[in-house]
Design a protein around this ligand. Structure first.
Ligand code: BG6
Length: 484
C-alpha cells in the first residue's frame, strides 16, 4: 500500500547507517511502488558533495548492501528523489537554504532522520527548530543508543522533547522491525494455545540469545565506549524480553503496547551488587577462528589499547510480578560467537507425573527463531516407533518461514521507515521505555564497577561465549539450548 508523499532528511547521509540500511531500504520501498514520485530524500553531512555525486554514492551503497541486483530503469526514476545538502547542522551559523530549497513543500510531513552520534541529537533538533522546520507534522527519528546512561538519555529526551512533541519522536530499535519479532505478538495473542500456559505454572524458564559471529571491526571506536550491555542488552534484548513477558495489550495501538512494555521494565528486578557475581557474566573475545578464518582478538582490534569493555554478556534476570514469579529469564549476547543466530527459548516444566519412567521425562520447548532460518519449533514428546519397549522422544513441530512464505524478507528498516511516514508509533520506543531500560542497565554497570567483576575471555568462533556463561545455567541445573 503506497504511503503519502513525504520529505526525508538524513543527517549523516553519507555515514555507515545510511549506506548499509537507509538508502537500500528506501530503494526497495520505491521499487515496490510504495513511495510516491514527488517525495524527496535529502542527504545532509559536512562532506562536500553535489546532488549527482550523492546519487552515485547511493547507487554504490545500494548495490553493495542489497542481495537483489538494482534494476536500472527503476533506479533512474528513484534517483530523481535524491539530493544532497552540505552543512554542519550543529553550527549555529550554518546556512540552511540549500536544504530548504531541496524540500518539497508544506503539503507533506518533513521527517528528520538523525543517523549521527547521539551526542549531537539535541543541537541538531534545536537547529531544525531555529530553521523553522520543526512545525506542523514534522517528525524526528532517533537511532539507538539514546545516551550512554540514564542521565544522558534524560538530557537527550528533554532536549529533543523541547523541539518535537512526544508523538512526533520516533525512537528506533531495529529489532522491533524484524518480521519474526513482530510475529511474537501474533504468536502470543493470535493463538489460544499459548496464553493459558504463558506463566510460572507451566514455564520453567526463558532464554533469549542474540549471538553474532562478526567482531567489532571498524566500529571499535564507538564500541569500546559502549560494550555489549549498552550496544545490545539495553535495547534489543530488553525489547525482546518485554514482548515475551508483557501482559496482553487491549489493542495493537501504539500506546497500548508501549504501556504494557513499560510495566515489564518496571518489574525488572534491579541487579544488586551482591548478586552481580552469581547472576551475570561479562567477557571479551580473544583471537580465534570464525568460519575457517583466523580473526583477531578484541584488544588487537583496538590496536593495543587496554580495555575491559565486554563483547559478551550473560544475565539471569527476574520479572517481579504475579505472572513471572520465580521464572528466570536468561539473556545472553556476544560478538565473535560460533554462529550468528538469535532465538527465544520458552522451556516448559516437565509433566507432573513421569508415567513413562523418570529417565524418559522430558519437557516441551518452544523455540522462536528470529534469525537466520526464521521460524517456530515446538518440541513435543512422541513415541519412538518400534516393537521394543516404550521409548519417548522429543521432536519438533516445525514451522519454517522460508518454506511457508516464499517472499523476499523486507529489512527491518523498510518497515520502520514506512511506519514513520504513516505516523504509526507502535514499533518505536516511548521516552519512559528508554529511561526505564537505562535505569536497570545503570544498576548492572554500577554493580560490576563496585564488585570489580572480572572480564572473562573466550576464543573467537569456538564456542557460544565463555565457559562461565554455561556455568550460569548449570548452577541452576539447566543448560543453554543449542541446536548446532
Ligand atoms: C546494532 C548493534 O544495533 O545491531 C550492532 O549496534 C549489531 O553491534 C547489530 O551488530 C545487530 O543487528 P542484526 O540485525 O544484524 O541482528
Amino acid at each position: 500500500i503506497p504511503v503519502g508523499t513525504f520529505d526525508l532528511v538524513i543527517f549523516g547521509g553519507t555515514g555507515d547507517l545510511s549506506q548499509r540500511k537507509l538508502l537500500p531500504a528506501l530503494y526497495h520501498r520505491y521499487a515496490d511502488g510504495q513511495i510516491p514520485e514527488d517525495s524527496r530524500i535529502v542527504g545532509v553531512s559536512r562532506t562536500d558533495m553535489t546532488d549527482e555525486a550523492f546519487r552515485a554514492f547511493a547507487f554504490e551503497a545500494c548495490e553493495a548492501h542489497t542481495k537483489d541486483s538494482i534494476e536500472k530503469d527503476c533506479w533512474a526514476k528513484f534517483e530523481k528523489l535524491l539530493s544532497f545538502a552540505t552543512m554542519d547542522a550543529t553550527d549555529p551559523d550554518a546556512d540552511w537554504s540549500g536544504l530548504k530549497e531541496r524540500l518539497g513543500g508544506d503539503d507533506r510531513p518533513a521527517i528528520f532522520y538523525l543517523a549521527v552520534t547521539p551526542k549531537i541529537y539535541v543541537p541538531i533538533c534545536e537547529a531544525i527548530g531555529a530553521a523553522g522546520l520543526a512545525g506542523g507534522d514534522a517528525r524526528v527519528v532517533l537511532e539507538k543508543p539514546i545516551g550512554t546512561d540514564l542521565n544522558s538519555a534524560k538530557a537527550i529526551n528533554s532536549g529533543v522533547g523541547a523541539v518535537f512533541a512526544e508523538d512526533h519522536i520516533y525512537r528506533i530499535d531495529h529489532y522491533l522491525g524484524k518480521e519474526t519479532v513482530q510475529n511474537l505478538l501474533v504468536l502470543r495473542f493470535g493463538n489460544t494455545l499459548f496464553e493459558p500456559l504463558w506463566n510460572r505454572t507451566a514455564i520453567d524458564h526463558i532464554q533469549i540469545t542474540v549471538s553474532e559471529s562478526v567482531g567489532v571491526g571498524d566500529r571499535a571506536g564507538y564500541y569500546d565506549s559502549a560494550g555489549a550491555v549498552r550496544d545490545m542488552l539495553q535495547n534489543h534484548l530488553l525489547q525482546l524480553l518485554c514482548l515475551i513477558a508483557m501482559e496482553p495489550p487491549n489493542s495493537i495501538e501504539a500506546d497500548e503496547i508501549r504501556t504494557e512494555k513499560i510495566k515489564v521494565l518496571n518489574a525488572l528486578r534491579p541487579i544488586e551488587s551482591k548478586y552481580v557475581g552469581a547472576d551475570t557474566v561479562r567477557a571479551q573475545y580473544e583471537a580465534g577462528t570464525v568460519d575457517g578464518e583466523q580473526v583477531k582478538g578484541y584488544l588487537e582490534e583496538l590496536e593495543g589499547d587496554e580495555s575491559d569493555t565486554e563483547t559478551f554478556v550473560a544475565i539471569k534476570a527476574w520479572v517481579d510480578n504475579w505472572r513471572w514469579a520465580r521464572v528466570p529469564f536468561y539473556l545472553r549476547t556476544g560478538k565473535r560467537m560460533r554462529t550468528r543466530h538469535s532465538e527465544i527459548v520458552v522451556q516448559f516444566r516437565e509433566a507432573p507425573h513421569a508415567m513413562f519412567g523418570e529417565d524418559q521425562a522430558q519437557s516441551n520447548r518452544l523455540i522462536i527463531r528470529l534469525q537466520p532460518d526464521e521460524g517456530v519449533q515446538l518440541y513435543v514428546q512422541i513415541k519412538e516407533p518400534g516393537p521394543g519397549g516404550l521409548r519417548v522422544q522429543s521432536l519438533p513441530l516445525n514451522l519454517s518461514y522460508a518454506e511457508s512464505f516464499q517472499l523476499r524478507y523486507p529489512d527491518a528498516y523498510e518497515r520502520l521507515l514506512m511506519d514513520v511516514v504513516r505516523g504509526n508509533l507502535a514499533l518505536f520506543m516511548r521516552r519512559e521505555e528508554v529511561e526505564e531500560a537505562w535505569e536497570w542497565v545503570d544498576g548492572l554497570l554500577e554493580g560490576w564497577a563496585a564488585a570489580n567483576t572480572p572480564v572473562h575471555t573466550y576464543a573467537a568462533g569456538l564456542e557460544d561465549g565463555p565457559v562461565e556463561a554455561r556455568m550460569l545455567l548449570r548452577q541452576d541445573g539447566r543448560d543453554w539450548w543449542s541446536n548446532g
